[in-house]
Design a protein around this ligand. Structure first.
Ligand SMILES: [Zn+2]
Ligand SMILES: [Zn+2]
Length: 148
């Protein structure tokens, strides 16, 4: 987590904030959590591990991670903000199961190239994009078939 910590530290000092024990603890917990975690799950996880960091601090710290370029906040349609590490992580898009909320990551070069082509056609410069496909994962489609 050294690089991540260094990135966060430089952002924090540029904004005249302090690297607090709590912020470091949230960073550590965030880095070894599942990807696409909600603030509440991170809070529960830290609490279970004996931490006393409050939910509000976790929210603020996660936002700080987003501002510093470490993480991004995502909305996957269930009204829950999720945070995922993006620093040093290759670009990818998401398939979201609307039954079990499972999130599958994928990379597809053809889609990426197509997007560039579409943008070019409109003389548009893409800075970033988010592609989210909603539906049923393979497990959930199976159970759906079985219960019919
Ligand atoms: Zn599913
Ligand atoms: Zn992801």
């Amino acid at each position: 987590m050294e690089k991540e910590e260094a990135l966060l530290k430089s952002h924090i000092s540029r904004h005249n904030l302090k690297v607090t024990k709590e912020r470091s603890a949230v960073l550590r917990a965030f880095l070894d959590s599942e990807r696409h975690i909600t603030a509440e799950s991170l809070y529960r996880k830290m609490k279970d591990a004996g931490s006393s960091v409050g939910l509000a601090t976790i929210y603020r710290t996660l936002n700080l991670f987003c501002e510093s370029g470490l993480a991004e906040q995502r909305q996957f349609g269930d009204g829950q903000a999720r945070y995922e590490l993006v620093f040093n992580v290759k670009h990818h898009d998401h398939l979201i199961c609307q039954e079990c909320q499972r999130i599958i990551e994928f990379q597809n070069e053809e889609i990426e190239t197509l997007q560039e082509k579409v943008a070019q056609k409109h003389n548009f410069k893409i800075f970033s994009h988010k592609l989210e496909l909603y539906g049923l994962c393979s497990d959930c489609s199976k159970t759906r078939l079985e219960t019919k």
